[in-house]
Design a protein. Structure first.
Lengths: 260, 380
């Protein structure tokens, strides 16, 4: 692994990263909201795997190289990450925009991927089933719509505490828009090529997801060969937060079952 | 001083109370609020007003482009400009402006402007804008590439007007094997280009560059901001190595004139307050989608308005008069207020919005007459 204190450097692009645990390599790709704080979910994963949680380039305080223009660029970048930073195939987990990115990478080249876990991935569009419009929602609406169990939602949207946090929040919004404004968080060509994903794939979805309707889980399972689907009842867009115990257990059990 | 009679063509029959239940009069206000028969009457009234402006002695009449909103009924302003050309003889026609990043092929804009210039035998003033934030929602164009698309579309349009074709244009957003404009513009080397803007340093520096020297129009801003932007333009020109002339500086403002200050305020109140509190407001997510302005400009806005989502703030006509966003009063008062800004900045283009919000025809027309008859001569 390319060490820079808490930076991951790949072909000259430096991104923030957090690492924990020992074992087979595992990579978590975050969603459009940006690099998450260290989640209890990550502790569960790190009990069994060497987990790396990088920030995507373009987001937060990571490099934003001029060549990075769309989701395809981000996917190719992550293929470089897999090639250059890990000695063995990697268990890749992606949430939302991160799931979309992982799928875009996997259709191009699955050889460095040991397994794929997609949690409420963006990337596909079923005509007549529009996702929620995260770009027009107010911060209050976004916070409310993220979770089914409203006890997880912050009572008021988080306000950046200082200049640095504000810079990061603005950069996150800009990156999400760059990758996802048009077409709205999907690639009209992706579903044609999902059959090329030839690694064990697990689709995890919250039944009551207000951002990306759970109806999308069936299209993913139709297109990705032998994909397994876990539908989490009474749950919103972040099952790994909202239903931590059962979801962590399901995700780890799947990977344990399919690991080489 | 040069005077433009400018129009937004708002949809006055809007049920303001019912519309308030929606998050904005932009993007999401259902178009079931629009009645085409009433809309037809609105076009008639507004075209009559702008035609009347030529008789009253204005130098130019102006229209602009907005999409999916009751704020302005001109998604295709060149159609209105074409109608105005047929109804007028000498007055200049200012389209302020077309939103360059929002189109898939900027050649369409170059062609239409060239047609208007030829149809009017050289009376066109071509405005270039980026569109407002809400229009990135209503067109789907990615705001993260707004500036790139604006600059590239601008380069393409100006080159198409001034360089013999056919030539190939190789951009990042626009790629055209054949650019060969028929018709070419009437004016030589091209129609004048004006840049209306809510104001940003990036735009000021770009517009004032020696190869452009585009007149810069500050729109809907308090008096101190107008002065600040005019001076910023003059400083940018100095940095570029020349002194800007007053003909490069413009101010666009709602103006209302009546016999006395008090009468003017009372008559303008409903129109002004509906403009600022009903037609214009939109939430932050619509006004400033990410990328529409630089993160630095975005931060400045957020600091001015720390409680995101607190929009819309209700503004009274008295506040708007006091900070100079609108100019309302007797002929003497209005003349003095405009002269006060001119004395500070030397600006020479005044874009007057003499019908605004729900202001009815008879008041708009009297406003135009009083402005043209009693204010304009003193400022010329």
């Amino acid at each position: 692994m390319t060490e820079g204190a808490d930076r991951l450097i790949t072909r000259g692009v430096s991104v923030r990263t957090r690492r924990a645990g020992k074992g087979a390599p595992m990579l978590f790709l975050h969603g459009a909201g940006g690099w998450p704080a260290w989640l209890p979910f990550f502790d569960r994963l790190a009990q069994h795997y060497a987990l790396t949680v990088p920030e995507h380039p373009g987001f937060g305080a990571s490099d934003d190289p001029a060549w990075l223009r769309d989701i395809a660029d981000l996917a190719m970048y992550h293929l470089d990450v897999l090639d250059q930073n890990f000695s063995a195939p990697v268990h890749v987990i992606g949430h939302s925009l991160g799931g979309w990115t992982a799928a875009e990478a996997a259709v191009r080249n699955s050889s460095r991927i040991a397994s794929l876990t997609l949690i409420a991935p963006a990337g596909l569009r079923i005509k007549g089933i529009p996702p929620g419009d995260i770009f027009i929602w107010s911060p209050e609406e976004f916070e409310k719509n993220r979770f089914h169990d409203q006890s997880f939602a912050a009572p008021a949207p988080p306000v950046p505490a200082n200049e640095e946090e504000l810079d990061i929040a603005l950069q996150n919004r800009l990156a999400a828009v760059k990758f996802g404004w048009q077409p709205r968080l999907f690639n009209p060509n992706l579903d044609k090529w999902l059959h090329r994903i030839n690694v064990p794939t697990h689709i995890v979805w919250g039944r009551e997801d207000q951002l990306l309707p759970s109806a999308y889980a069936s299209l993913w399972s139709e297109r990705v060969p032998d994909a397994e689907v876990t539908m989490v009842e009474a749950c919103g867009h972040s099952p790994h937060i909202e239903r931590l115990d059962p979801v962590a257990e399901k995700i780890l059990a799947f990977i344990d079952r399919v690991r080489p | 001083m040069k005077f433009v009679c400018f129009h937004l063509m708002p949809y006055r029959p809007l049920d303001l109370e019912a519309a308030k239940k929606h998050r904005s009069a932009w993007v999401v206000l259902p178009n079931s609020f629009y009645d085409p028969e009433k809309g037809a009457a609105e076009y008639d009234s507004y075209l009559d007003q702008l035609t009347y402006a030529e008789q009253l002695g204005f130098d130019a009449i102006g229209v602009n482009e907005h999409h999916q909103t009751a704020y302005g009924l001109m998604p295709a302003p060149n159609l209105i400009a074409s109608a105005l050309i047929q109804r007028t003889k000498k007055v200049q026609i200012a389209v302020l402006g077309r939103a360059l990043p929002l189109v898939n092929n900027p050649i369409n804009i170059a062609e239409e402007f060239a047609m208007l210039d030829v149809l009017s035998k050289g009376r066109l003033i071509a405005g270039f804008v980026r569109g407002i934030g809400a229009e990135y929602h209503s067109t789907g164009v990615n705001p993260a590439f707004s500036h790139e698309r604006f600059h590239e579309a601008h380069d393409l349009i100006v080159k198409a007007w001034t360089t013999p074709g056919p030539f190939e244009f190789e951009g990042d957003h626009f790629r055209l094997r054949y650019v060969n404009l028929w018709p070419r513009p009437y004016q030589k080397p091209r129609p004048p280009v004006w840049i209306p803007s809510m104001g940003s340093r990036e735009t000021v520096v770009w517009a004032s560059a020696p190869e452009r020297k585009y007149p810069f129009m500050v729109t809907f801003s308090p008096e101190n901001a107008v002065v600040r932007y005019h001076n910023m333009y003059r400083e940018a020109a100095q940095t570029h190595g020349y002194a800007a002339s007053g003909s490069q500086l413009g101010w666009a403002a709602p103006i209302y004139v009546a016999e006395s200050d008090e009468r003017a305020r009372d008559e303008a109140k409903a129109g002004i307050e509906s403009l600022f509190n009903n037609f214009l407001p939109m939430p932050y997510e619509m006004l400033l989608p990410p990328g529409y302005t630089s993160n630095a400009s975005m931060k400045a806005t957020i600091k001015l308005r720390p409680a995101l989502g607190a929009w819309p703030r209700q503004q009274s006509i008295d506040e708007l008069i006091a900070n100079g966003t609108v100019v309302v009063g007797s002929p003497a008062t209005v003349g003095e207020k405009i002269a006060r800004v001119r004395d500070q900045t030397g600006f020479e283009i005044l874009i007057t919005l003499l019908q605004f919000g729900v202001l009815p025809d008879h008041l708009a027309r009297r406003n135009m007459e009083l402005f043209a008859g009693e204010v304009m001569p003193k400022l010329r």
